[in-house]
Design a protein around this ligand. Structure first.
Ligand SMILES: CC(C)(COP(=O)(O)OP(=O)(O)OC[C@H]1O[C@@H](n2cnc3c(N)ncnc32)[C@H](O)[C@@H]1OP(=O)(O)O)[C@@H](O)C(=O)NCCC(=O)NCCS
Length: 198
């Protein structure tokens, strides 16, 4: 693995065309896929990615504060997370090429809770938590945290619907099947494997 992550679990597919700044601040769990042309720039707070997570092509994550993606969350193509932002009010100068004493950068952690999903092209701003099982519509601009199992969309995003909870039963079934697999003896695993063949 060419990237020097703080930690990385099993069965991960990390594109060689993805770019990681400060990989030593990035933790990755098991069964994670990060596609081509993603850019993950970890600030001092680091980036923590759980397990069973897909980060699709052209996703962008940047900022000083911690960015967290919990298990079973998904981040669609061309989405962005900013855990830091310049002050757009006019009270400060803007951009990292200007000395920091002239800037009004604010930072706050951004979190995708378990089963949160972010639709293509959406942007999450500083301090936002997308609650457990919540969904963000395509092209949305999210400035406020989203409660669990709600669907929000628009610019700025507002609630458009409730989200179903059936995925929680599927998670239980999935975890049970993983435990069953782990409990199998090498012989049972062999028997399971050859059962696939006619
Ligand atoms: C948000 C979303 C999940 C809602 O789907 P839905 O439950 O079928 O909802 P509807 O299409 O009935 O829309 C409900 C309302 O939200 C609005 N809305 C839906 N998606 C929206 C979006 N992305 N931005 C702004 N408004 C949106 C609709 O206009 C509608 O408003 P109205 O009630 O005033 O007419 C879906 O529109 C979406 O954006 N999905 C993203 C999928 C995606 O990105 N896939 C690629 C990666 S897997």
């Amino acid at each position: 693995m060419k990237h020097n992550f703080a930690s990385i679990g099993k069965n991960c597919m990390i594109s060689d065309k993805a770019v990681f700044y400060h990989p030593e601040r990035i933790h990755i769990g098991d069964n994670v896929r990060i596609d081509d042309f993603c850019i993950l720039s970890a600030g001092i707070g680091g980036i923590e990615i759980g397990s069973f997570i897909h980060i699709a092509c052209y996703a962008y994550m940047v900022g000083a504060a911690k960015i967290t993606l919990k298990d079973y969350s998904s981040f669609s193509g061309r989405c962005a997370i900013y855990s830091s932002t310049d002050d757009f009010s006019g009270a400060h100068l803007i951009n990292p090429m200007v000395p920091s004493e002239y800037l009004g950068v604010r930072s706050a952690p951004v979190t995708l809770e378990k089963h949160a999903v972010v639709g293509t092209g959406a942007t999450l701003m500083i301090g936002v938590t997308v609650g457990e099982g919540a969904a963000v519509g395509a092209m949305s601009f999210v400035k406020k945290s989203i409660p669990a199992f709600e669907i929000w969309a628009g610019q700025p995003a507002v609630k458009v619907a409730d989200r179903k909870r059936g995925l929680l039963d599927l998670e239980k079934a999935h975890q049970l099947s993983l435990r069953r697999e782990n409990d199998l003896s090498p012989h049972d695993r062999f028997v399971e494997a050859i059962r696939e063949y006619p």
